[in-house]
Design a protein around this ligand. Structure first.
Ligand code: FES
Length: 164
């Protein structure tokens, strides 16, 4: 999946970097240190952008590809930050047959990001999810704790504008 140019820029602080480097120095010689280091890095930054992956790669003296491979393989790692409003579109079967794929596509178009990304202003992030147990309301999307059901593509722009 290609990344759009509109995602939120990385703005890690010196303190965060120092904290991460300390943790790496402490754990690096232990076998299997990469996973716990990446988990700590995600705790510090909230996600694992390429800038953080590069710090880990340099400090551990391992190839960036290896860090990237782990970051993308395990779903516990997020490569992008989450927005203040986290949109989650159900792509479970009941929702999918009722057109949640179109809803998801419309959101990508309106927000200018792909799934898994966050808008540059940090406002909205977009993800797909599995059945949220509200199949009677299919197709369903959530924005933080708000549930929207029986959605049509035409309604999406109006719903987003409530979060302006
Ligand atoms: S499939 Fe979407 S709520 Fe069940």
């Amino acid at each position: 999946m290609s990344s759009s140019k509109d995602t939120v820029p990385f703005n890690g602080t010196k303190e965060q970097e120092e904290k991460l480097l300390e943790i790496i120095a402490e754990l690096k010689s232990q076998p299997g240190a990469l996973m716990p280091i990446m988990q700590k890095a995600q705790e510090i930054y909230g996600y694992l952008p390429v800038e953080v992956q590069t710090m880990i790669s340099n400090a551990m003296d391992i190839p960036l590809e290896k860090v990237y491979g782990v970051a993308t393989f395990y779903s516990q790692f997020a490569l992008n930050p989450k927005g203040r409003y986290q949109i989650s579109v159900c792509l479970g079967t009941a929702c999918y047959v009722k057109g949640s794929g179109d809803v998801y596509n419309k959101l990508m178009e309106l927000l200018g990001i792909v799934g898994g990304e966050c808008t540059a202003d940090g406002k909205f992030s977009l993800d797909a999810c599995r059945c949220v147990g509200a199949c009677g309301l299919a197709p369903v999307m959530m924005i933080n704790d708000d549930v929207y059901g029986r959605l049509s593509v035409e309604e999406i722009a109006g719903i987003l504008s409530k979060y302006e």
